[in-house]
Design a protein around this ligand. Structure first.
Ligand code: AHM
Ligand code: MG
Length: 349
């Protein structure tokens, strides 16, 4: 037997340092076929977008024209920040001439953006929220990017992208980049949830944790309680239950990726329910809640609209919103029980 005792290639820390995102994707898929190479290359490009956004965020307060608003509104009627626009363009730029992604759809664009030179062979669509939690940007708090990859069905450049109006199970990869004290990329291609941390000295995302699993129950609930008097009674009753029972604590940063990351790592529940005036809530399905729901379920948690599994929900238009409850199974079911109880009372059962 050869003696490997002094062989540095046997070192676990060196092996981990070499586990980059693209290598990890290929390991997970256990294949080097074209589809596996494509997904690995797409993840690599998403990582590049994350590095570019992280770099700009880290110097934002020192540069002219990075923070603040552009003075325009997006398709959702929300004021667009300069960083929203920059990050939106970054994702488009990194996929140009990649031959991978024919179409991108984001929170910032009314219609999908086609990259015609990729379309003859590009078989994928990228759905993304370039900067999630934009209100945190100007005050140097955490923000994120959310992404989802779907197989493209049809290459009609003038089409209405009807093939995107399908449920969340159609995703083939999803994840987020969290721009916090360190930049972290969390992803799933349907084989568990894995996290990577950007090592600035290497300029690479390096494996941090594989197969993240969330607890069945957690103490944290994460919701904007400022909406209390706009909610239906069922949600108000649920929050009163949280207040009156020991063992629960509230955490809310106003940026979904960070709040969700905490729930993924420590358990609990994130919710953004509908209000009486806006029963569909605020968060958008295709590029915000469906990718995060996919991650949560891959990690053993549960994702719900309150009345149905979130991943089963089929949108009728690109920017559709859904009420959102994501987290540990027991916590999500507790919220659902209040909604179901209210429904039973309404129909008089
Ligand atoms: P954004 O993508 O335009 O920033 O909007 C989404 C954000 C989420 O990150 C966050 O959970 C939510 O909106 C906060 O909304 P509110 O201020 O109503 O609590
Ligand atoms: Mg968002």
């Amino acid at each position: 037997m050869p003696d490997h005792s002094n062989d540095i290639t046997q070192s676990p820390s060196l092996d981990r340092d070499c586990t980059t995102l693209s290598r990890h994707v290929l390991q997970q898929l256990q294949s080097f076929d074209t589809a596996a190479q494509d997904i690995s290359a797409i993840m690599n490009r998403i990582a590049l977008a994350g590095k570019l956004v992280a770099r700009r965020l880290s110097r934002a307060g020192l540069m002219e024209g990075v923070l603040g608003f552009t003075g325009e509104e997006n398709v959702q009627g929300e004021s667009v920040k300069r960083m929203d626009l920059y990050a939106n363009d970054v994702f488009i730029s990194v996929f140009k001439q990649s031959g991978l992604v024919c179409r991108l759809a984001s929170e910032e664009m009314e219609k999908p953006y086609y990259i015609p030179e990729n379309c003859p062979i590009g078989r994928y669509t990228l759905l993304y929220d370039p900067i999630d939690g934009s209100s945190n940007v100007d005050i140097n708090l955490n923000v994120g990017s959310i992404f989802s990859i779907r197989q493209q069905e049809g290459m009609d450049l003038d089409g209405d992208a009807a093939d995107l109006l399908q449920n969340g199970h159609k995703q083939i990869a999803a994840g987020y980049i969290l721009y916090g004290p360190s930049t972290m990329l969390v992803y799933s291609i349907g084989t568990g949830v894995h996290s990577f941390i950007l090592d600035p000295s290497l300029g690479e995302f390096i494996l941090a944790e594989e197969n993240i699993t969330m607890p069945n129950h957690g103490s944290i609930y994460s919701v904007n309680e400022g909406n209390f008097w706009q909610w239906e009674d069922s949600i108000r009753d649920y929050i009163r239950y949280m207040h009156r029972h020991e063992g629960y604590t509230a955490r809310y940063s106003g940026a979904l990726v960070g709040d969700l990351h905490r729930i993924l790592m420590q358990g609990g529940v994130f919710l953004y329910p509908g209000t009486k005036k806006k029963p569909e809530g605020k968060l958008r399905l295709l590029y915000e809640t469906a990718p995060l729901a996919w991650l949560i379920e891959q990690a053993g948690g549960k994702a719900s609209t309150g009345t149905m599994p979130l991943l089963d929900f089929v949108p009728t238009y690109l920017h559709q919103r859904t009420p959102t409850i994501l987290g540990s199974v027991e916590n999500v079911e507790l919220v659902e029980s209040f909604i179901q109880e209210a429904e039973r009372e309404t129909v008089g059962v």
